[in-house]
Design a protein around this ligand. Structure first.
Ligand code: X90
Length: 268
C-alpha cells in the first residue's frame, strides 16, 4: 500500500510506510519553485510580495508516476473546490486502474494540517494491518474541522481563489481574519480580530461550536511558533491535556497562508 498526497500536506516524511508527496509549483516573477524538500520556504515568503505570482497543481502524470510501483494506492488531495490537484488525481486513478491497480481518491475538502490529519489516520490504519477496503470505509467517515488565522489573504485574491471584497477588508496592520474550510471545501471568513488574544478566543469558540471533544489536533504555521504556542496553551487550559502536533507549513501553504498564518485542524 502507498499513500500519495500533494504538497498541501505539511508533513514531509513518514517512517515505515510508503509515502510520497507530489509537488505543486509556485511561480514568483519568472521563476518556478517546486514545492519539494529542497525548497527554501523562508526565501519564498520573503520575496513573494515583490513580484507577480501564482501556483500550479500537479499533472495527472505526476500522480501516476508517484503511484505506479504499488498495487493499492491512497490519493489524498487538497480541496477540489480551490485546486485542480484533485482532478489530476482522478485522471491518474483511471490510468492506474487500466494497469490493474486499486486506487482510492480522497478529496479532503481541506488543506495543510487538515490533509495531514487524513494522511496520518491512513498511516495509523495501515500500521494496524487493516485491509485496503476497510481503510477506504473508515477514512470516508473520518470527521475533522479546519480553522485558520490569517493576517493577509492577498495571494488568495491574486489567484482568484477568494472574493476580492473579502480580501481588501483585512488589509489593515494588526487585523487578522479567522475563518474555516467550509463544508464544500472553500475558504470561509468568519470573524475579524485585532490582536492574537482575540483571534485565539475566536478559535476556541469555533472549536466548542464544532463539538471538539478531546480528539487529535494539528497546528501548522508559517514562521509563527510564538503565537502557536499561545494557542496551544489556551487549548490545553480549556480542553485539558489533549494531543497537539505542531508543523511548519509546506511551500504551497506558506504561499497562501502568508507570514504568520496559522491553520488548525482537529478531529470532531
Ligand atoms: O494552484 C493550485 O492548484 C493551488 C490552489 C490553492 C489551494 C489553497 C491552498 C491553501 C493553503 C491556507 C489556509 C487554509 C484555507 C483552507 C481553505 C480550504 C492553506
Amino acid at each position: 500500500m502507498k499513500i500519495v498526497t500533494d504538497s498541501s500536506c505539511d508533513i514531509r516524511h513518514i517512517d515505515c510506510i510508503n509515502f510520497e508527496r507530489v509537488p505543486l509549483t509556485i511561480r514568483i516573477g519568472n521563476e518556478d519553485y517546486v514545492d519539494n524538500d529542497d525548497l527554501d520556504i523562508e526565501n519564498l515568503v520573503n520575496i513573494m510580495g515583490d513580484f507577480e505570482s501564482g501556483t500550479a497543481c500537479p499533472s495527472p502524470q505526476a500522480w501516476y508516476d508517484a503511484a505506479r510501483d504499488d498495487d493499492e494506492i491512497f490519493f489524498v488531495t487538497l480541496t477540489s473546490n480551490m485546486s485542480g490537484s484533485h482532478n489530476s488525481a482522478i485522471i491518474a486513478k483511471d490510468m492506474l486502474e487500466d494497469d490493474g491497480k486499486k486506487v482510492f481518491v480522497l478529496d479532503t475538502l481541506s488543506a495543510s494540517s487538515g490533509v495531514v490529519l487524513v494522511v496520518e489516520k491512513i498511516e495509523e490504519l495501515i500500521k494496524q494491518n487493516k485491509s485496503f477496503k476497510e481503510i477506504c470505509e473508515i477514512i470516508s467517515n473520518y470527521k475533522f474541522k479546519l480553522n485558520f488565522i490569517l493576517f493577509s489573504i492577498d495571494n488568495f485574491v491574486r489567484n482568484g481563489r477568494v472574493n476580492k471584497i473579502i480580501g481588501t477588508t483585512i488589509n489593515t496592520i494588526g487585523i487578522s481574519l479567522i475563518g474555516e474550510a467550509s463544508f464544500d471545501g472553500k475558504l470561509k471568513p468568519l470573524h475579524k480580530a485585532k490582536g492574537i488574544k482575540k483571534s485565539i478566543n475566536y478559535i476556541i469558540q469555533e472549536m466548542k461550536d464544532n463539538g471538539y471533544n478531546g480528539g487529535k489536533i494539528i497546528i501548522s504555521h508559517c514562521f509563527n511558533l510564538e503565537d502557536v504556542e499561545k494557542l496551544a496553551s489556551k487549548i490545553k487550559e480549556i480542553f485539558g491535556d489533549v494531543f497537539i502536533e505542531i508543523l511548519e507549513t509546506s511551500g504551497l501553504c506558506s504561499y497562501y497562508a502568508e507570514k504568520k498564518g496559522i491553520i488548525i485542524s482537529y478531529e470532531i
